[in-house]
Structure formats: structure tokens, C-alpha cells
Design a protein around this ligand. Structure first.
Ligand code: FES
Length: 87
């Protein structure tokens, strides 16, 4: 799991079993940086109030967060990672 910032936007890049996923890296509860949280299995736990998000679906699976994370398309070409921010 790695946090990236681009144009003031946080992106959470996650490798789950060899497949890359890119999510908005800001918690939907009170804007904590999820890259400083904890990755366990397919879920990230927010470091601030411990909401958990499923990183296959983006769903908030544990309160206080209720809204899902925004997903970004990600691809790897020639060992470079590309994240499509505006979809
Ligand atoms: S900021 Fe993430 S759960 Fe509150």
C-alpha cells in the first residue's frame, strides 16, 4: 500500500495478490490519509477513527465512515504505473 499526491489529490495505490488498485486516498469520514492506516487482507483501516474500507469494492464496511471510496483505473506499461484520475 502506498500513498501518492498529485495536484493536491491523495491516491491510495494497493497491491492485492499482485493486482494493482487505485482509490481516492482520503477517508470519506473526516479526510484522514488512508495510506497511513493499516492494510489487513482486502481492507484498509483508517488511522483516525478506525473505519474500514474494502479495497476491491471501495465500500465502507465499518463506521463511522458511510460513503465508499472513489475508484480510479490503473494500468502498468513498461514497468510504469498509470492512474486515470478524470474518468
Ligand atoms: S477520518 Fe477516517 S474514520 Fe474518521
Amino acid at each position: 500500500m502506498k500513498g501518492i499526491e498529485h495536484d493536491g489529490r491523495r491516491i491510495l495505490l494497493v497491491n492485492l495478490d499482485g493486482k494493482l488498485h487505485a482509490w481516492d486516498g482520503t477517508c470519506t469520514h473526516e479526510e484522514a490519509d488512508l495510506s497511513t492506516g493499516f492494510l489487513i487482507g482486502e481492507e484498509v483501516t483508517c488511522p483516525l477513527h478506525l473505519s474500514r474500507f474494502n479495497l476491491l469494492t471501495g465500500e465502507a464496511v465499518n463506521p463511522p465512515a458511510e460513503k465508499p471510496l472513489t475508484k480510479y483505473n490503473v494500468k502498468v506499461e513498461n514497468n510504469e504505473i498509470f492512474v486515470e484520475l478524470d474518468q
